[in-house]
Design a protein around this ligand. Structure first.
Ligand code: ZN
Length: 193
């Protein structure tokens, strides 16, 4: 297995995941006692869990349940519903997304992690492109990175032609770097690298 893939795999594995079969057992005990919900503590990290009959709230993150009828069993099997793809999963991952924690299926957690890798690789180039456009070419528009990547600024009034050409070469280099970082990240996502 290639290093890159392995790395992604491990990173997802190391994230906190919860087992709906285990949670389902506790839920049944709550139901058997004639209760609607109960509060627990996830030992080891001091996170509080509120279990109700149709959902679980893990440290403030709500996860809905979905039940599957098992023909031979005496009870329905409990699954988590991934809020991103709406599919049923036994395991749900608690991960950080844009600074806040969310619950996601393994597939969605992986995609999320990979898209963060793209952002990470291109972030620095995007910053340099924007800074150059703003400080040297006086572009006041707030450009999205993808637009900054192909932006051709006019020569600002008072700037010498020679300076303009030099700065344009510098800008083109950064734009090319951004493009390459973006393609690399995208290729990683679709499994070409
Ligand atoms: Zn999902």
């Amino acid at each position: 297995m290639r290093g890159g893939h392995n790395q992604t795999h491990n990173t997802v594995e190391r994230r906190r995941h919860l087992d709906s079969f285990y949670v389902g057992k506790i839920r049944r005990a709550i139901k058997a006692n004639g209760m609607d919900c109960d509060t627990y503590e996830d030992k080891g990290n001091g996170v509080s869990i509120v279990l109700s009959l149709d959902s679980m709230t893990y440290d403030g993150i709500k996860v809905e349940f979905s039940f599957q009828h098992v023909g031979y069993g005496t009870h329905d099997r409990c699954f988590f519903l991934c809020p991103a793809c709406g599919e049923r999963f036994r395991y749900i991952y608690i991960i950080k997304h844009k600074g806040r924690r969310v619950s996601l299926s393994r597939n969605c957690a992986k995609l999320n992690y990979r898209s963060q890798q793209i952002t990470h690789g291109t972030e620095e180039c995007a910053y340099r492109m924007k800074r150059l456009l703003r400080d040297k070419f006086h572009v006041t528009e707030d450009l999205a990175p993808i637009d900054a990547q192909c932006y051709i600024p006019n020569r600002p009034r008072g700037m010498r032609k020679k300076t303009y050409i030099r700065l344009m070469e510098e800008l083109e280099r950064v734009q090319q770097e951004y493009y390459e970082a973006f393609i690399q990240g995208a290729a990683r996502i679709i499994g070409l690298l």
